[in-house]
Design a protein around this ligand. Structure first.
Ligand SMILES: *Cc1c(COP(=O)(O)O)cnc(C)c1O
Ligand SMILES: [Zn+2]
Length: 467
């Protein structure tokens, strides 16, 4: 049987077979990360497929993918495995799916108008089974764990990876171990890993410390590592690129904007677009921009200081806990994604994230704080003239608003930010915040009091209703 895929080191280009990889998914020659390559993938020398006769036919693929949407098979209903021709990494019988993917592409008309853009779209990956984009990657890598016969899986996580891993492991009947930084993940996420039956270990360190320890664990025991150094995660995470283009009737957006934490997701989407172009499904790739929180900005710093040639790690601090990462594993892959697709890396402040999240909430869409960096970053790109009014921009909303409801409540009650952070808000943004903040009103259960108070509020709302 011909192997369906190989793993190629993204630093030294050495190729190995999928089952020969070491427990930490690092290249033994240069400690680089791998990517999954197929017989039809681009060769590193020519950029063209090594063997053109092995290219799948693009119109047959489009037809098949549409057709599968009406199938009753679980692997056809999944928005990841529907595209399995382009990720043939496991046999169908080993697929573990919760019918992830097939997420909505919303328009955000008020945000677009405020930015002076004709339109703005949001691909909401928070509408996945466990509420984040991590499901698309986890269904892929967990299915590989099943195929390889593992009984235990593990990850270090800022919360969403552990929620997804715990759920998929439970579905497959595997056992899972989660390492999370104590006190630094949102309750919604912590509760999920317990609900789905993971062994949850809270370590008195940050995410980067959790990564170091999970690597020790997989060296000592036959446990399958499900952090995003595992290249199969990225195979699942590339599929929203396929879906997005399909949802736009096979048109390509000009620009895709992604939050940057450990930096695997930006790389995965870049891979998805590049593969579609190689196969002739699309004529060009979109720009991909990556946005980081100011307090967790190693990619931003490194791009500014040395064009991304060398990682400058930071001690990460931000309320957007999903991207509170100082030493991103997929740094090199993300730098290459920026180089091949064009686009920029920006950083945004805590104040800017809070406002952007409220604006996305006010569209009836909502997202978790880490996802809102995309809108905050887009504002900067528009202000710098890097995005024009005609461009179709797609924000990748990575997580569901219910993941971190504490954050939302603090924002609306006005006690999310420190006095110093509040003082740094521009007058225009302060005005927007005061329109958007909706603290709950506590009243006596008395008819007159209720009606009088609501009359006052309704009159005021009419005066300040934004255009
Ligand atoms: C994991 C995560 C991110 C960061 O993705 P990376 O691939 O680590 O860059 C952003 N937002 C949310 C909600 C996440 O869960
Ligand atoms: Zn290597």
């Amino acid at each position: 049987m011909i192997a369906t895929h190989q793993l190629r080191c993204t630093d030294c280009n050495t190729e190995i077979s999928g089952d020969a990889v070491s427990a930490n998914f690092r290249c033994p020659l240069c400690s680089g990360l791998y990517e999954v390559v197929y017989p039809w993938s681009a060769s590193t020398k020519t950029g063209e497929p090594a063997n053109k006769t092995l290219l799948p036919n693009p119109s047959a693929l489009r037809y098949l993918w549409t057709e599968r949407r009406s199938s009753t098979l679980a692997e056809d209903q999944s928005g990841v495995w529907r595209f399995r021709n382009l990720l043939p990494i496991v046999q169908d019988k080993n697929i573990t799916t919760l019918r992830e993917g097939n997420t909505p592409l919303y328009d955000l008309p008020r945000c677009a108008k405020a930015l002076g853009l004709h339109w703005l779209l949001a691909k909401h990956q928070g509408m996945n089974p466990t509420g984040s984009f991590k499901d698309t990657g986890m269904t892929a890598a967990l299915s590989v764990a099943v195929e390889r016969g593992f009984e235990w899986v593990a990850c270090a996580s800022t919360g969403n990876t552990s929620a997804a891993m715990a759920a998929y492991a439970a579905r497959a009947g595997l056992r899972s171990i989660v390492f999370i930084p104590e006190g630094k993940i949102a309750w919604g996420k912590l509760s999920q890993s317990m609900d789905y039956g993971a062994l949850t270990v809270q370590l008195k360190t940050d995410f980067d410390g959790c990564v170091r320890l999970v690597n020790e664990l997989v060296k000592a025991h036959p446990i399958y590592l499900l952090n995003s150094v595992n290249p199969y995660r990225l195979e699942g995470q590339k599929t929203p690129a396929f879906e997005m283009v399909e949802q736009m009737d096979w048109q390509v957006p000009e620009h895709v904007i992604v939050p940057g934490g450990n930096l695997a997701n930006s790389a995965a989407l870049a891979k998805g677009f590049a593969e579609m172009k190689l196969l002739g499904l699309i004529p060009r790739v979109p720009k991909i921009s990556i946005i980081q929180a100011q307090g967790a900005n190693p990619l931003y710093l490194s791009m500014q200081a040395n064009g991304g040639r060398e990682l400058i790690p930071v001690v990460a601090e931000t309320r957007a806990s999903a991207i509170r990462i100082g030493h991103p594993a997929s740094f090199g892959k993300a730098v290459r994604a920026l180089a091949t697709h064009g686009g920029w890396c920006e950083e945004v402040s805590e104040q800017e994230i809070a406002l952007a999240k409220a604006q996305i909430g006010a569209e009836g869409v909502g997202c978790e704080p880490a996802s809102a960096v995309t809108l905050a970053g887009l504002k900067k790109l528009v202000a710098q003239g890097k995005v024009g009014p005609e461009e179709r921009v797609v924000l990748i909303l990575t997580g569901h608003t219910l993941k971190d409801s504490d954050y939302t409540i603090h924002y609306h009650k006005g006690d999310l930010l420190t006095a110093e952070e509040k003082a740094a808000i521009s007058p225009a943004d302060a005005e927007l915040n005061s329109l958007l903040q909706k603290p709950p009103i506590v009243l006596e259960a008395n008819r007159d009091v209720v009606l009088r108070t609501l009359d006052e509020h309704m009159a005021r709302t009419l005066q300040v209703q934004p255009a």
